[in-house]
Design a protein around this ligand. Structure first.
Ligand SMILES: *Cc1c(COP(=O)(O)O)cnc(C)c1O
Length: 408
């Protein structure tokens, strides 16, 4: 008899996006003439940078010719891309990362979901609340949680790191010992951004406790403030205890093109039952090369073009465009008397709705025809908040804010 992995039975159905879709379609049926403005989902809306498109086309042409055709590439990614990443994203900012510590992949979602595989199932996992759901669900699937506790609105046996108004949605260190720690800055969904000093506390904690930090920096390109860290490796000691996930998705509009990477420093260690240190780099290399055959050659060439001088200028313009939307949304919401987090150094604005998340969502939908995301969908600590995304055209953003200003 074929048996299932029963951990999957513990998973809570994610009602968030299906529930949003249901309410949106009901609204559209009732108001067929009303134009909806969607500021809900975390997907980019603008085209790929021209430098990437050109490199993409040229690489496709190479594939059309026997003499320049590429079959399987190295599982970890082509050297041209790994080297461009190490040099431009890290070494140029004073962070020590070598090209062979970079693993190219088809997404930070898969990498941040898969990385836990190389660790024991009986470790203690700390997860922020509110959270990008991938971190929670993949640990539930692996059997690191207990059952869902309806009363708590949380899984048993996971350590939740609460975000709230008091800590500005930058979680504090846990009181108990934890082994694997998920952090995401700039944060999705809250738009909060940790300082170097705040990250240093986590790095020090991890070093003292032989823990490991999985640092999701998918929104790194939105950090504009020069004093803020773009990488956890700008923090002293992080090379011993931190893995960093990056993606071209939000940086360069690659959500539909697919290219990302994970940095695994050779100095990161994890331990056997007997306490013997094992290189996390060699474990991940084994896992990655066994289960993954890398990203297509044209996509890696398109990603490489992000680091050309035209590519850099074009992504700066893209990011500035979304950040201008974000600033506009935040200023309008604040002028209406709402407390906001994010919207600077982040494409997300996290708004205290002063009522429950779904009630506020419904009000914006039904009275203004604007779709946002209810904070409660990202965890218990998100209740009372909504997330507005800056990924849309400036015209739509200004119209949305005009409509919202009329009803609030
Ligand atoms: C969008 C996003 C990613 C990027 O995922 P890809 O699979 O690379 O497209 C990773 N982490 C968070 C928190 C995100 O919001």
């Amino acid at each position: 008899m074929i048996k299932i992995n029963e951990n999957y039975q513990k998973l809570q159905a994610s009602y968030l996006f299906s529930n949003i879709a249901k309410r949106v379609s009901a609204f559209q049926q009732a108001n067929p003439d009303k134009k909806l403005i969607k500021l809900g989902i975390g997907d980019v809306t603008r085209a790929l940078p021209d430098a990437c498109v050109k490199a993409f086309h040229a690489a496709v042409d190479e594939m059309a010719n026997d003499a320049t055709f590429h079959g399987y590439g190295p599982e970890q990614g082509y050297d041209f891309l790994r080297e461009a990443i190490a040099k431009n994203d890290f070494q140029a900012r004073g962070a020590q990362v070598d090209a062979d510590e970079v693993f190219v992949s088809d997404g930070a979602k898969c990498d941040s979901g898969n990385f836990q595989e190389i660790f024991s199932t009986d470790i203690t996992v700390a997860i922020p609340d509110p959270v990008y759901p991938v971190y929670v669900d993949t640990n539930v699937m692996a059997g690191r949680s207990g059952n869902w506790n309806e009363e708590l609105g949380r899984y048993e046996n996971l350590v939740y790191l609460d975000g709230n108004r008091e800590n500005g949605f930058i979680p504090e260190l846990p009181e108990q010992q934890v082994d694997l720690i998920y952090l995401c800055f700039p944060n999705n969904p809250t738009g909060s951004m940790a300082t170097r000093e705040q990250l240093k506390q986590w790095v020090d904690y991890a070093r003292a406790n032989k823990s490991l930090i999985l640092y999701d920096a998918a929104y790194e390109a939105f950090v504009q403030d020069e004093d803020l860290p773009r990488s956890i490796y700008e923090v002293e000691g992080a090379r011993e205890v931190a893995i960093e996930f990056r993606s071209f998705s939000k940086t360069a509009g690659f959500t539909g093109t697919r290219c990302a990477y994970t940095v695994v420093p050779k100095s990161c260690m994890a331990y056997t039952e007997a306490g013997e240190a094992v290189s996390v780099h060699s474990l991940w290399n084994r896992r990655h090369t066994t289960k993954f055959n890398s990203v297509s050659y044209p996509v890696q060439r398109a990603a490489e073009a992000v680091y050309s001088s035209e590519g850099q200028a074009q992504i700066k313009e893209l990011i500035a465009y979304y950040l201008n939307n974000a600033k506009y949304i935040r200023e309008k919401m604040e002028a209406l008397g709402y407390e906001c987090i994010g919207g600077v150094n982040s494409p997300y604005i996290w708004i205290d709705g002063k009522t429950d998340s779904w009630a506020f969502f419904d009000r914006l939908l039904n009275e203004a025809g604007v779709v946002c995301t209810p904070g409660a969908g990202f965890g218990k600590c998100g209740e009372g908040y909504i997330r507005i995304s800056a990924f849309n055209s400036f015209e739509n953003v200004t119209e949305a804010m005009e409509r919202i200003s009329k009803i609030l």
